[in-house]
Design a protein around this ligand. Structure first.
Ligand SMILES: *Cc1c(COP(=O)(O)O)cnc(C)c1O
Length: 400
């Protein structure tokens, strides 16, 4: 028997470490093992050199200076530090926070915690494409609003919010703007100056770096953002995040950022082409397939499709050797209703049939061709077994 190789199409959950990234990290796990805070010897200096070099690469990728980069353990911690840090530091000014219903749990649960501490949170609706209305956002701001937290791109649908417009509104009204950029940074151009972002969360493992390392960009001028620290002990990272730095992880994130900057234009065109081929071939052969997400304002690697009359889980099982997901990795284990699709007004029935395909740097055209044929066969088989006829489809129209 030949063991079939799995095709990995779950790059929005995590990416493999790029071999070049691993090569950059290895010396810092071996001979250059020093503590970046040791100022008295060569081991410390080497480690600090690696960290500062990485800081510059991440800063370059988002259009800022290295001093604005705070190292964290990942985007979850960055989201917590940004939102709780602002809430603590600016609560004299107001207690109102604006976010959106389709945010990652790292933002939603942090906002939920702050509600229990007396803060008021507005959760903005999204349209059927998963995008917030900036007019509604502007109307929601009060003199008590201290923070707007809106992600750049959604992890499940890839839909991109009008970030520059949100940044403009926030700055006009003197409100700080936090953006969860975990899915966007490295995939599409993000510039904290052009987009007037005050706080930006980034994760290394979503951009071919290692797990357990991330960044919070913290604006240093116009305005200079202050944060209440969440981790105390030593005053590392401008007093905002104490703890011995994860030097190998940080060096890996720097290398990942440098590579992402170099490859972005070429890779986004390649992935968009592969993804659009997948979507086109599947909708050519199958009816009752709905695209969840914005048609154009969307990450180039992400495709979220609902297949009516076939459950997402069953389709993935029937395909056999394709690693993709029925929802975000953080919520698939619980059987609660998908909060992103639900906020977009996708029916329960179609949400059940949703699959997220997220492509990445190491996917090939041959892999996508294989997925196309497996996917079509799987959906046809399941629809046939379950005995659905055209009349059974609730939304009795072709979706495409
Ligand atoms: C993955 C992800 C996170 C969490 O990042 P970690 O580094 O895994 O903590 C937060 N927000 C979004 C949008 C994500 O995709």
């Amino acid at each position: 028997m030949t063991e079939q190789k799995l095709v990995y199409l779950d790059n929005n959950a995590t990416t493999p470490v790029d071999p070049e990234v691993l090569d950059a990290m290895l010396p810092f796990l071996k001979e250059d093992f020093g503590n970046a805070a040791s100022v008295n010897h060569q081991f410390g200096w080497k480690a600090a050199g690696g960290v500062e070099n990485a800081r510059k690469h991440v800063a370059d990728l988002i259009g800022t200076d290295p001093k604005s980069i705070i190292w964290t353990s990942g985007a979850t911690e960055s989201d917590n530090l940004a939102i709780k840090g602002v809430a603590q530091m600016y609560h004299d000014k107001g207690n109102h926070i604006i976010t959106c219903k389709t945010e990652h749990k790292a933002v939603l649960d942090t906002c939920g915690y702050l509600e229990s501490q007396g803060f008021e949170v507005t959760y903005l609706e999204v349209d059927e494409f998963g995008v917030v209305d900036t007019d509604v956002l502007a109307e929601t701001i009060t003199d008590k609003t201290i923070l707007i937290s809106i992600m750049a791109a959604n992890n499940e649908t890839g839909s991109i919010h009008p970030i520059a417009e949100i940044g403009r509104i926030a700055h006009e009204r003197g409100v700080l703007f936090h953006c969860d950029g975990a899915q966007a940074v490295g995939k599409i151009p993000i510039n904290v100056e052009a987009m007037q972002i005050d706080l930006l969360s980034i994760s290394a493992h979503k951009m071919y770096g290692p797990k357990g390392v991330g960044v919070l960009y913290v604006r240093r001028s116009n305005p200079s953002v202050r944060l209440g620290s969440q981790m105390h002990g030593g005053g590392h990272e401008r007093q905002m995040r104490s703890g011995t730095l994860n030097v190998p992880g940080i060096v890996g994130m720097g290398a990942a950022a440098e590579i992402a900057g170099k490859l972005m234009a070429e890779e986004s065109a390649r992935l968009r082409m592969l993804r659009d081929t997948l979507a086109a071939e599947v909708t050519l052969k199958l009816d009752y397939v709905k695209l969840n997400g914005h048609l154009t304002q969307r990450l180039p690697n992400t495709l979220n499709l609902s297949f009516d009359g076939a459950e997402g889980e069953s389709i993935i099982q029937a395909m056999g050797s394709v690693a993709c997901s029925t929802g975000s990795a953080c919520t698939t284990s619980s059987h609660e209703r998908n909060h992103v699709l639900s906020a977009m007004g996708v029916s329960e029935r179609l949400a059940q049939g949703a699959i997220r395909f997220s492509l990445g740097r190491f996917n090939t055209e041959a892999e996508i061709d294989l997925v196309i044929s497996k996917l079509i066969a799987a959906v046809e088989l399941i629809r046939k077994i379950s005995g659905f006829s055209e009349h059974d489809f609730v939304e009795s129209k072709r979706f495409h």
